[in-house]
Write a protein that binds this ligand. Structure first.
Ligand code: NAP
Length: 479
């Protein structure tokens, strides 16, 4: 019988209304564990616990916070292999990708263990003689954190670590599909020395506890990562209640390949961008924008490279691409391929369901050509291993196509031209720009986020995280 896992509320592990099985997408017969479902009543208890803990935690001092974060980071890093395997088992990333994500999570806690010691203010002269001005940052309060399924340990970490570092208390609602990493993280945090109620885990469906969390009077701010549909709704709810909100949402990231690109490099980074982590990254590229001169060679070379990709059980050695995370995501991927071909695109590789030794959501990475910007497959986020090629005449058209999207998270260019690389970095309407690198793959110590429909509110990660997780106070003193 797989273990039952409960919510962490006010320092106690509490059962919710029922338990749901966490299923391995590489092997549907494998149950990772049973995870409880919080009710709205339990959510309310978690918010109250966090409120009660806030006065003492916010006054606890930076050494205590730094020590706790450092301890959490140390344990994650020490257990990165085990946590990475749990991640691969519940989400479907390959084992190396899972271990990489767990490592990132540990590094994030270590980074914020230092960062909370560095929170600075300003002392300025007043425009009025004899008066001093101090600008300081204080904790925001109790924060609701809502995370998606595709980075089940890194995204929670890059929200929880700064929230705690800057003296806030947390109510954390992970994605329903991947409670395993969330629970493991909560278990580690619960043993870090922080007081009961500072950090609370409420596992449960967004449709049940989402509204009660976002609308709760005891919540001062919401940091959300997920789809544009849910994010937009949360923004409206927060605006109606004048709550601070931070949203990281979807992408439709372009990968430009120019005639002068190194072909091998361009193919490798396009394959990485489009298909690694099963294409289930907000920074994945599903639009490959390729100029005329390199187009025929690029299409042949990427098809050849795709044929060599090994799709299979995420925990098996030598696998390049794990399964799609769920039946509904697989259905969505297949539906978009059908939509694309109905719109006039040509499927030249992959796109079929694959059989493996175990029953799982395996799919061959798909490549569509003859696509144009107006097609739905080039406008809407697919969030699977599906890439579309848009053929363009030259750099100017490539740049225009790259920016021709309601999203603006990440954008990449493959080129040996310094002139075009520099121009693209300046003119791209994305929050993150990559030159001769995949659109996905970012550092943990610098800001992360996008523009247009991809992001709303202050940036996440690095020292920019303080913008959301603190509030500014300006104090005047008569000398
Ligand atoms: P989602 O469906 O929007 O869900 C995200 C989170 O919101 C989940 O925890 C979900 O809970 C919760 N939720 C659902 N309905 C809610 C409601 N009414 N109120 C409050 N919360 C609610 O997104 P997803 O499918 O998990 O993740 C994929 C999306 O995330 C993609 O669009 C991807 O691009 C985006 N993403 C963005 C970034 C970034 O940093 N920009 C990073 C990673 C992923 P349940 O799981 O219980 O439904």
């Amino acid at each position: 019988m797989p273990q039952q896992h409960n919510n962490l509320i006010g320092g106690e592990w509490l059962a919710g209304s029922d338990y749901t099985p966490n299923i391995n997408p590489s092997n549907l017969a494998d149950v990772v564990g049973h995870y409880t479902q919080a009710s709205a009543v339990q959510l309310d208890a978690a918010v109250h616990a966090a409120r009660a803990a806030f006065p003492s935690w916010s006054a606890s001092g930076i050494q205590a916070r730094s020590d706790a974060l450092d301890k959490i980071g140390t344990e994650i890093l020490a257990r990165r292999e085990e946590l990475g395997m749990l991640l691969a088992r519940e989400e479907g990333k390959t084992k190396p990708e899972g271990i990489g994500e767990a490592t990132r999570a540990g590094n994030i806690f270590k980074f914020f263990a230092g960062e909370c010691l560095r929170l600075a203010g300003e002392i300025l002269p007043s425009v009025r003689p004899g008066i001093g001005v101090e600008v300081t940052r204080e904790p925001l309060g109790v924060i609701g954190l809502i995370t998606p399924w595709n980075f089940p340990i890194a995204i929670p970490s890059w929200k929880i670590a700064p929230a705690l570092a800057y003296g806030n208390c947390v109510v954390f609602k992970p994605a329903d599909l991947v409670p395993g990493c969330a629970w493991a993280l909560a278990d580690i945090i619960s043993r870090s020395g922080i007081s009961a109620g500072v950090f609370n885990l409420v596992m449960g469906r967004g449709s049940v506890i989402g509204d009660p969390l976002v609308n709760h009077d005891g919540i001062d701010g919401i940091s959300f990562t997920g789809s544009q549909l849910v994010g937009g709704r949360i923004a409206q709810q927060c605006a109606a209640r004048l709550k601070k909100v931070q949203l990281e949402m979807g992408g439709k990231n372009p990968q430009v390949v120019l005639d002068d690109a190194d072909l091998g490099q361009a193919v490798e980074l396009s394959v990485q961008s489009a298909f690694f982590s099963t294409g289930q990254r907000c920074t994945a590229s599903s639009r490959l924008i390729v100029t005329d001169g390199i187009y025929p060679r690029f299409v042949e070379a990427i098809k050849t490279r795709m044929a060599s990709l090994k799709v299979g059980d995420a925990l098996q050695a030598g696998i390049d691409i794990g399964p799609v995370s769920s039946q509904s995501q697989l259905d969505q991927d297949m539906e978009y391929i059908a939509i694309g071909t109905a719109e006039g695109a040509t499927l030249v590789a992959g796109g079929e369901r694959l059989k493996r030794d175990t029953e799982g959501y395996f799919m061959a990475p798909a490549l569509l050509i003859d696509t144009i910007a107006q097609m739905r497959i080039n406008r809407e986020e697919i969030f699977g291993p599906v890439a579309n090629i848009i053929r363009v005449k030259g750099y100017e058209e490539a740049l225009a196509e790259a920016n021709n999207t309601p999203f603006g998270l990440s954008a990449g260019i493959a080129t040996t031209s310094l002139k075009h690389a520099t121009h693209f970095k300046r003119q791209s309407q994305a929050g993150m720009v990559m030159v001769n690198l995949p659109t996905a793959g970012v550092d943990y110590h610098v800001p992360f986020g996008g523009r247009k429909g991809s992001s709303y509110g202050p940036r996440e990660q690095g020292r920019y995280a303080q913008e959301f997780f603190t509030t500014v106070k300006t104090a005047y003193t008569l000398a």
